[in-house]
Design a protein around this ligand. Structure first.
Ligand SMILES: Cc1ncc(COP(=O)(O)O)c(C=O)c1O
Length: 409
């Protein structure tokens, strides 16, 4: 047994247990996901696709991948006009695969700027999506302005318009993006990495009627393993599939694909919808409590699982606030806001409720968390002890996982 490594892993597990995790892209998975993703499936090479592998021994892998595809399509109630690829290693390679599959390098693309809530892979200059393509970014002053997006699209005439966000707390009108894309002859790629769980639970409008391709990570509101799924209209199948393999990747991670199949099985259970409802209720309630303490918010509030505090009125930056909170074992990450000049000391702080809701926290606990945040940021108190006492009432299943592992190795 690699005692040295296990000591570090156990410390990380303890850190997770004792922390209030408000990072909206993180979520806790259940024991079954941990076991599936750590299963012997991990050793298998399966380059290619179901029924068309470049390696032998894939008869059960084919069944697993088929199951993941079928369940992913069913989760979003998609008909035969849609197909789906479950092999992308994560959200960033999924987006790159779509862009390279639908457009030649050097083509024009349009996405939301990072400082307005977009993702790096939506064409930011430091990402290869911004280097390989001529990237034009739209931004937000107050909320998404579809007239301005249309104006830019008409001027630029991009090949692809990306909708979807990383730190934008409002509903997205995917129909408007479709109309804009149609008007300028562009593909519409909707990246629902953050809101996929809310979409399945009908708590956010679905993009499928209005998009050519939809990408999502599987580990945020979806609560599955680290991975991604690309949904495409059937006429784009060859472009997308070839772009993932052999264009960008070799052997798919079969253990992750099995974890994705399991995640999409779980969405059919009643507790999934309740969970998503609670994520949303908790988010609105946390935001309201924080507002009552005087915190101000990017776009004025939230409609989804996340929110971004605008710290400008408090005279501190997001990095400082992030550090203060971390000292009290509360995690929320700094976030750039539209008029920020310095990305390392931005004026936003992003918070979300998927992970704490997975631990069973409800609206009444949101008041307690908001008070912790107030004490730390407004009163400069350290509340580490109080956080530990509070969060231990919402245990994670790690003790059972560790016990099982210790009994085996
Ligand atoms: C909207 C969006 N797309 C893509 C990604 C990239 O996912 P990954 O970190 O798995 O590469 C993220 C990650 O936060 C995201 O928020």
């Amino acid at each position: 047994m690699d005692k040295f490594l296990w000591k570090i892993i156990e410390k990380e597990i303890k850190r997770q247990e004792e922390t209030i995790d408000l990072i909206p892209s993180e979520n806790f998975v259940d024991l079954e996901t941990l076991f599936i993703v750590g299963s012997p499936l991990m050793i298998k090479y399966a380059e290619g696709f179901v029924g068309k592998r470049y390696y032998p021994g894939n008869r059960f892998v084919d069944k697993i991948e088929n199951l993941a595809i079928k369940r992913a399509l069913k989760a979003f109630k998609l008909g035969p006009e849609w197909g789906c690829n479950v092999q992308s290693y994560s959200g960033s390679p999924a987006n790159l695969a779509v862009l390279l599959g639908l457009a030649e390098p050097g083509s024009k693309i349009m996405g939301l700027s990072l400082s307005s809530g977009g993702h790096l892979t939506h064409g930011h200059q430091v990402s290869y999506t911004g280097k390989l393509f001529k990237s034009f970014q739209y931004s937000v002053k107050d909320q998404l302005n579809y007239d301005e997006i249309l104006k830019l699209a008409k001027k630029v005439k991009p090949k692809i318009i990306i909708s979807g966000t990383t730190s934008y707390p409002r509903k997205i009108d995917f129909k408007k993006f479709f109309e804009i894309a149609k008007e300028v002859g562009a593909y519409h790629l909707a990246d629902i990495s953050h809101i996929a769980g809310l979409v399945i639970a009908n708590l956010h409008p679905s993009p499928f009627k209005w998009a050519d391709v939809v990408t999502t990570t599987t580990h945020k509101t979806l609560r599955g393993p680290r991975g991604a799924v690309i949904f495409y209209r059937k006429e784009l199948e060859e472009k997308i599939q070839k772009s993932v393999f052999p264009g960008l990747q070799g052997g798919p991670h079969v253990h992750t694909i099995a974890g994705i199949a399991y995640a999409f099985w779980r969405v059919s259970k009643k507790d999934f919808k309740n969970y998503q409802k609670n994520v949303l209720k908790n988010s609105l309630s946390l935001c309201n409590f924080l507002k009552s303490f005087g915190f101000e918010f990017f776009t004025g509030g939230t409609d989804n699982h996340l929110m971004v505090i605008d710290l400008k009125n408090l005279g501190i930056d997001g990095k400082y606030a992030e550090r203060l909170l971390e000292k009290s074992d509360i995690l929320a990450n700094r976030n750039v806001l539209p008029e920020d000049k310095k990305p390392f000391t931005p004026s936003g702080l992003r918070l979300g409720t998927p992970a704490i809701t997975s631990r069973g926290l409800k609206e009444k606990e949101m008041r307690i968390i908001a008070e912790f945040i107030k004490e730390v940021i407004l009163e400069r108190k350290n509340v580490k002890e109080k956080v530990r006492d509070f969060i231990k009432n919402f245990p994670l299943p790690y003790k059972d996982w560790l016990k099982k592992i210790r009994s085996l190795i």
